[in-house]
Design a protein around this ligand. Structure first.
Ligand code: FES
Ligand code: FES
Length: 170
């Protein structure tokens, strides 16, 4: 099959890649760039495990062709912590509030929550639940996830959109 060249920036690093037109963004991230923190839970746009940011907005990367992301800026869960390993406030809050069990949904949850807090830095519980309804978790019952997003909001996650300086490791 013929290939198409795409140019994308992922977590601040530029990549020029030849891809098949049918290649999904999630497979480019995982299989070509080795960024396996972005998970595939369903491949049918239902679970949200594959959520990343494309040009600052959360997208389900199993619903985006790699060629559609040409010229775009992508952020994955690997790009959320600071270079020194300091966690993003959402990562810190998920850890502190025990907002994960198996962790499979967690990268997508955090990327969706980060998008939510950017648009709404002080969401109500209802707004958090509504904002994360595209992300499924089969373990936690969602309570601690909602609490973690509330705590990250209090820590200024949406306003700062940057890691806190707390000394925690990635
Ligand atoms: S793998 Fe993309 S929504 Fe489930
Ligand atoms: S922590 Fe297991 S699916 Fe959410």
């Amino acid at each position: 099959m013929s290939t198409v060249q795409v140019s994308i920036t992922v977590n601040g690093e530029r990549h020029e890649l030849d891809v098949e037109p049918r290649l999904l963004l999630v497979h480019l991230l995982r299989d070509r760039l080795g960024l396996t923190g972005t998970h595939v839970g369903c491949d049918t746009s239902n679970c949200g495990a594959c959520t990343v940011h494309l040009d600052g907005e959360a997208v389900k990367s199993c619903t985006v062709l790699a060629v559609q992301a040409d010229g775009g800026e992508i952020k994955t869960i690997e790009g959320m912590a600071a270079a020194d390993g300091t966690l993003h406030p959402l990562q810190e809050a998920f850890w502190n509030d025990h907002a994960l069990q198996c962790g499979y949904c967690t990268p997508g949850m955090i990327m969706s929550a980060a998008d939510l807090l950017t648009r709404n830095p002080n969401p109500s519980e209802e707004e958090i639940r509504s904002g994360l309804e595209g992300n499924l978790c089969r373990c936690t019952g969602y309570h601690n996830i909602v609490r973690a997003v509330q705590d990250a909001a209090k820590a200024g996650s949406g306003a700062a959109a940057a890691p806190v300086q707390s000394g925690a490791n990635a």
